[in-house]
Design a protein around this ligand. Sequence first.
Ligand SMILES: [Zn+2]
Length: 593
Amino acid sequence: MTATVPREEQLWSRCAGCASLLYRKRLRRNLDVCPECGEHARLGAPERLRLLVDPGSLRLLPDQLPEADPIDFVDVLPYPHRLSAARASTGLAEAVVCAMATIGGHPAVLAVMDFRFLGGSLGCAVGELITRAAERALDDRIPLILITASGGARMQEGTLSLMQMATVSQAIAALREAGLLTVSVLTDPTYGGVAASFATNTDLVLAESGARMGFAGPRVIRQVTGRALPEGFQTADVLLRHGQVDMVVQRRSLRGQLGALLAATRPTRAGRPTRPPVPRQEPAALRERLTDDGAAPADPPADGDAAGTPSTTPGQGGTPPVRDAWDTVRMARHPGRPTTLDYLDSVFDGFVELHGDRLGGDCPAIVGGVARLADRHVMVIGHQKGHTTAELVARNFGMASPAGHRKALRLMRLAARLGLPVVTLVDTPGADPGVSAEEQGQAAAIAENILTLTVLPTPVLAVITGEGGSGGALALAVADRVLMLENAVYSVISPEGCAAILWPDRSAAPQAARALRLTAPDLCRLGVVDEVVSEPSTAAHDDPAEAAQRLRAALLTNLLPLLDVPPAMLVRLRRQRFRRFGSTRAGVRAGAR
Ligand SMILES: [Zn+2]
């Protein structure tokens, strides 16, 4: 498990903070914290575990999973080559190491991420291993501690990597329900999909001294805003000041602090909530009730051929013509494409918009409220873009702020209390990557929405109508059924962003679009999407009335069966839907390019 380190580096090490040349053994004795300036150097997962747990108490959980290259991703290197290189250089099987141990005598399950392994990126295997760790904590009724270090989602696994945010979040939700403590310890760096899920939707969030955490990375924010970032932006001390972490902890105090927290919340007293009996599998008949409408089967197809042919809205003339992924991206972004407010006008009746997050803001990029769909009352929540530049600017191009996500959260919870089903319309390039969005807790806002949707006791039906951009899209798309318009896209990262990182040149965006498997037919094959809603003639904006009619038919077909399912069962089935996206799906592949 120990990384092989070249000989000269074993003797001396240069501090990233003050550039002092430090004797390696001295640095090690000081827990890799610079004795000159206090800089906390990054730690690999094995060293981190040794540092945190009681000596002799560590028991590693299995880390072997089937080989996964779920979308056959190739940039300048095939993904399996990158995986092999990461394994060789770290000695680890994946970017997380999970274990059981005691800390100060208190048992806990730990999942420790390792940034050296492909930037600690969250792929299917990482999501599966952390989910299993959480399930182990639930079975043994002990706390879960997550040590995060990640650049974000693993884009080589496309939208399946995005799904891991939901999979792990629902495992955290199960621990919440069972009254078991979850703690995350943010270490440097924690960004993207990890920040916007299990790094921030745990009960307690600790930040190691000097750690940086955020949804959007500083480079992206500088690019978007064109401005220098404030002093200390996204660092632990500033996160504390903005109310986003419980405490900042020096590395040498971390074990003691965790021990104290575990002691204070020890699950031994009588009268604690007990875990409700949750059957692991639903009767087949009940599953069929949700899938017998001619849509894709609940279980993933065996391979990307005939079995994986996406279903389309009934009566719309069969399989849509195959369009190049990049053309679809451009179609999904077309300014003439119907927006959420357009659909609220054409598909629904009597929309009453509700405003505000009750915490200080009303984000124009999210609209929501009650409406009727064929005389049934529903709560509709969607991203709002616009058709003109002025509209787009006023709506922040459909990029929600934390206030927008919190408004959506308020409306979801309200819907559940009132017994209204939730319909979400997803059309966003992504969550707002701005300075104030970060300062107001964008990552935590998205994370809480994702977690809440995994337990929301009312039917949830999501439709990707245009752009389904990353965590900002998923914050409205953890649903019982996920539909996608024929020319919509749904991706863990924009093709331009992916191209800039992996090729690395934004002009490779069309190739990235193809590699990411972001079109509706591809995502249907991968089981991320349940049904493709066909669009009229060339696209929805050519005939908005017809597009609206088809969407309405698809909504009714998919929503009505959900209304008869008891809420507790809906939640269990929804959890099963998102539990499938771990490595158990490794054998499922999108069709050949
Ligand atoms: Zn230093």
